[in-house]
Write a protein that binds this ligand. Structure first.
Ligand SMILES: Cc1ncc(COP(=O)(O)O)c(C=O)c1O
Length: 357
């Protein structure tokens, strides 16, 4: 009954490595495992959602013109260069559906976000993994790896390393003509983007989300930026009502409150600097990050990643151990930047750990 490729995925246990190894629900629990915005959405978004709730009896506008216009203005592209998805997860999947033939290969530099592999496999593609040597983006190696694939996924900044390929490097890869899907889920924290470039090129699609800096992870809204032909393909194969009414209203209002966005980005930037500095003082290797999380080698504390996360979980702080991420190894964890008091609690617990060891 089950298709061959899905049975194969189930047999080899390829599925999304869920962060919730622990039950993060009680008040006071500190979830630093999911790269969410610790401040939540703008209060104006919450008001807009309350107003929109009264209208959930009717379907959302399937073309979402108002949201596309608002995104277009925010990014600096025309609305026809924007497709909207049920989270950027859906757009990763739609891109594979749209551009892959069965058996074609997809370049996936590692370690990275697990959805690229999942979407590739479930749509009949074959991942071609490339482990980033020392977590560095070496353009010559990427160029070589691109020669025998149909398309490539690249986080910029990448989850979980927190950095990305340089702009010049990316331009070199684009010159080769293969389709590059650049995931800018963390763009607001990074401050660099190729979204405008995507609207003019034939082989670049940029994915973004409202789940991170805008604090709308529970609403599920993401978007793709590309030239109108590429965007038209995604639009033609998506389900008609993929982005619900609340999600559309919430995202439009989130874009209107740019002051709130700037505040969040500033606070997260300060938190990142603080955590990084303190972790370095504790002797850990911390990769430089442009996003709202840090990838950290915890082995200098004499623990591996699962042991480190179990220790923090006892104090109700939840970090993401990366041993289930392909290519990350046993000693790395990913820690999202929290609110100031959460960051202080984290560092306090780690100081206790260090003193006890
Ligand atoms: C690199 C990257 N892309 C996409 C997503 C998913 O975003 P969304 O919530 O829009 O599906 C995540 C979430 O963690 C991510 O890290």
């Amino acid at each position: 009954m089950i298709s061959k490729r899905v049975s194969e995925m189930m047999r080899s246990k390829v599925s999304y490595p869920l962060a919730r190894r622990y039950d993060v629900r009680a008040r006071g629990d500190i979830n630093l495992a999911s790269n969410e915005n610790p401040f939540g959405p703008s209060p104006r978004v919450v008001q807009a959602l309350r107003r929109e709730v009264a209208r959930v009896g009717s379907y959302p506008d399937p073309r979402a013109p108002e949201l596309k216009r608002a995104i277009g203005d925010y990014v600096g592209v025309k609305a026809e260069c924007v497709a909207i998805g049920n989270g950027s997860d859906e757009l990763v999947d739609l891109a594979c559906k749209a551009f892959l033939n069965p058996g074609e290969r997809v370049l996936i530099p590692l370690p990275t976000f697990a959805m690229y592999e999942l979407a590739c496999r479930v749509n009949g593609g074959v991942p071609r993994f490339l482990e980033l040597p020392n977590f560095e983006w070496r353009v010559e190696e990427l160029k070589r790896a691109l020669t025998d694939v149909k398309l490539a996924f690249m986080g910029r900044p990448n989850n979980p390393t927190g950095d990305g390929i340089s702009l010049n490097g990316l331009r070199e890869l684009l010159a080769g003509g293969k389709l590059l899907i650049v995931d800018e889920a963390y763009v607001e924290f990074a401050g660099y983007s190729v979204a405008r470039l995507a609207s003019r090129l034939e082989n670049l699609l940029v994915l973004r989300t409202f789940s991170k800096a805008f604090g709308l992870a529970g609403l599920r809204v993401g978007y793709a930026i590309g030239n109108p032909e590429l965007i038209g393909v995604l639009e033609s194969i998506r389900a008609p009502f993929n982005v619900n009414r609340l999600a559309q209203a919430g995202a439009i209002t989130a874009l209107e409150d740019q002051r709130y966005l700037r505040k969040v980005v500033n606070m997260v930037g300060q938190g990142r600097t603080y955590i990084r500095r303190e972790l370095l003082k504790l002797g850990m290797r911390v990769l430089p990050s442009d996003a709202n999380f840090l990838m950290v080698d915890v082995s200098p504390l004499g623990l591996d990643a699962p042991e480190f996360c179990d220790f923090l979980a006892k104090g109700k702080i939840f970090a993401r151990e990366l041993s289930s991420f392909r290519g990350a190894g046993p000693n790395y964890v990913r820690i999202s930047v929290g609110s100031p008091w959460q960051n202080k609690r984290l560092i306090g617990e780690l100081k206790k750990l260090k003193e006890g060891s």
